[in-house]
Write a protein that binds this ligand. Structure first.
Ligand SMILES: NC(=O)c1ccc[n+]([C@@H]2O[C@H](COP(=O)([O-])OP(=O)(O)OC[C@H]3O[C@@H](n4cnc5c(N)ncnc54)[C@H](OP(=O)(O)O)[C@@H]3O)[C@@H](O)[C@H]2O)c1
Length: 385
């Protein structure tokens, strides 16, 4: 999992020149927050920060609710810092400033999993956030069995969940997990048993909230009966729109928050790739359905549309893509992943991208005409992945 992948950069021959144009405009708010944060990260005893998100002086100034859990409206996905999925794993020295930079800019919601690394991503997140532990929400995920630090299959048996959580608490340097997700359904274990185990962990104070990932509406509903589900984390973006309707409707009906992973399509909607992009054979992006040469070529039509709309909305393509996601439902909190502080700042600028109902309709009409390639089937929303 944590093997170096030496992924080459794509040949970005057609990188848009318009997409960064107003970048500073949309990041001014995030930058201004820095002066308010006054965190002393460098000292051994870090003082509590003098603001929290949603309160006066917060760099972000607004929050969203996932069930009863209040978080910044955009979180930070930490996976690619350690997983080797999109870039070689980065060092702690390089990534801790990105995570703490997110806190300084008002982000309170951090996403990791024992699978990422495995384990090293939780260690990184734990170390980075330890000084401000009480001011942030840490989400992590169980559901796999590991041997010699490699995943060997799914495992959500109650005793395994308990064992996994003990490891998480240690690696995250904490006494409770704010949002504990089941990463993938274990076909051998009824979801009621999984939910029941998390319910016990919540009673014991080791977890605060229960989350699911990539579950069907039926499984989500069954789990919610046993232990209220706070958030469902599933892929959702302008390319992958399969959760629309049934999945989002279920979340709305049950009061479950929705956390889209892959919100900028692994960089595609950040204008990072184009039809000329090539990946080396050992690059994991090569295995992504919407990164085959045919898909990249076909999907440029969507990127062109996103670029066009980003000019109209005075935003960058990534900001447009994230703003569009947040405009779908008030309980949606995307967690774009990045290893770069300037991308994080750019992504936070999406908070200023607002759509009217007419614009949303017009945009949907425009993109509905595009034939995308590499799209997950609608059925994948209805089955447990
Ligand atoms: N539940 C699940 O099954 C599941 C699966 C996958 C991921 N996740 C979680 O969801 C998080 C986000 O998903 P993801 O990382 O797969 O996909 P993503 O957020 O759509 O894409 C991340 C990639 O996009 C690039 N990027 C981010 N912002 C950008 C910008 N403004 N401009 C250009 N490129 C940009 C990043 O590169 P740079 O590093 O160069 O910025 C990174 O390689 C993960 O970190 C992880 O925590 C969960």
């Amino acid at each position: 999992m944590s093997k170096d992948k030496n992924l080459p950069d794509s040949s970005n021959k057609h990188t848009s020149t318009i997409n960064r144009r107003n970048f500073l405009g949309k990041t001014a708010m995030a930058g201004a927050g820095l002066t308010l944060a006054s965190l002393a990260w460098g000292s051994s005893k870090v003082q509590a920060k003098d603001y929290s998100v949603g309160q006066k002086g917060s760099p972000i100034g607004e929050t969203r609710k996932l069930g009863s859990l209040e978080v910044s409206p955009i979180g930070l996905g930490c996976m690619s810092m350690s997983s080797g999925s999109y870039n070689p794993p980065r060092s702690k020295e390089d990534m801790i400033p990105v995570i703490r930079g997110a806190v300084d800019r008002g982000v309170t919601f951090f996403d990791t999993a024992e699978y990422y690394g495995p384990f090293t991503n939780e260690e990184l997140v734990g170390e980075a956030l330890a000084p401000v532990r009480d001011d942030v929400v840490i989400a992590t995920k169980f559901g796999f069995e590991f041997e010699n630090d490699q995943p060997v299959g799914r495992n959500s048996r109650p005793e395994h969940i308990r064992q996994a959580v003990e490891g998480m608490l240690q690696r995250l340097q904490t006494d409770r997990i704010d949002l504990l997700y089941c990463h993938r359904i274990d076909p051998e274990v009824p979801i009621e048993d999984v939910a029941g185990t998390v319910s016990e962990l919540i009673e014991e104070g080791k977890a605060r909230h229960f989350g699911l990932s990539e579950t069907s509406p039926e499984t989500t509903r069954r789990a919610h009966t046993e232990q209220p589900v706070t958030a469902l984390q599933t892929e959702y973006s302008l390319i992958q729109r399969f959760p629309e309707n049934q999945v989002l409707d279920t979340c709305e009906e049950l009061g479950i928050g929705f956390v889209p992973w892959g919100p900028v399509c692994r960089g595609f909607l950040g204008d990072k790739f184009n039809e000329y992009s090539l990946f080396s054979e050992d690059c994991r992006l090569d295995a992504v359905e919407y990164f085959t040469p045919e898909a990249l070529e076909a999907n440029m039509a969507l990127l062109d549309l996103v670029r066009k709309w980003s000019v109209r909305k005075d935003a960058t393509p990534a900001q447009l893509a994230l703003g569009w996601l947040m405009a779908q439902k008030p309980f949606i909190v995307p967690i774009p992943g990045t290893t770069k502080l300037h991308h994080l700042e750019e992504n936070l600028g999406a908070l200023e991208v607002k759509f009217t109902a007419e614009e949303l309709e017009e945009f949907r009409k425009d993109f509905s005409d595009i034939e995308l390639v590499g799209v997950r089937s609608f059925d994948s929303a209805l089955t447990d992945k």
